[in-house]
Design a protein around this ligand. Sequence first.
Ligand SMILES: [Zn+2]
Length: 314
Amino acid sequence: MKPKRTGAQVTTLRRFVAPSLLFAHINRTVAGIRHVTFYFQSTTLTFTPPWSTCMTCDTPNYVLHSATYKQAMELRPNLAVLPWGATEAHGYHLPYGTDVEEAAALGERAVARANESGCRCVLLPAVPFGANHTQLYQVATINMRARTQHAVLDDVADSLVRQGIDRLVLLNFHGGNEFKPMIRDVMLGHPIFIVQVSGWNLADVSDLLTDPGGDHANEFETSIMLHLRPHWVRMADAGEGRATPSRLPALSSTPGVWAPRDWRSATEDTGLGDPRSATAEKGMAIMERFVNALAPVLVELAGARAGDFPFVIS
Ligand SMILES: [Zn+2]
């Protein structure tokens, strides 16, 4: 699916028919339009024209969670994208699955864009649990230890290489996750090339935000969720995301020095950064910038030949 704004048509629709319309995506192939999705403030509507060439519009072959075996065989992927999130409180106003939604949506859009230029990428189902050991005071926040994450990654890699998929992009959207040591170890055990992507770092988006500060349930993250899942966001409940000032400034702000943050002490509403200037439009612009950054990475990696440095499998 190539996201395309319909420009003049959207402006006309917004003015005369539906002021809450944010934008529209046209999913088209060389054979014609498959479907059009309209994104409103609080919902999305997909319209499939009667002449659509697509019988499975809602199940593209690159989203494995909803694809069939026949579709997967047609795609014959050589590159897999594994979104990885977390299940944790996100302020008072965002869902626990925020990081999962962000990773999965970015992965789906980037894979769609890459496959439009001939790649054979597949999006794996997202891993919903992350490293959250300092947030276990929050009701129903789930922590996945590094050793468990390592085991999950190892089994995913072990499965993929048996099917001829020798390149994996681990698309992380939770700041507490850290995969570099695991990637090194897993690559020692399997003939696969693994890339770590920190989704929120793909592009500088500070110019899109009123308050680019904070790093959790802030304006940045709230904008993305207002774009992706507006009906899951409860802005009326949003706190200020105020951070507790550090009493140990050398420990907290010396470059290169890191220590875990005790989340209960760091913030009252579990957020860090004021979310109240967030909008869906900002979220859409952020996602577009991230997709624009990630898609070329997938294209390059999917087309790399063994030995093309740094694509070296040993
Ligand atoms: Zn998050």
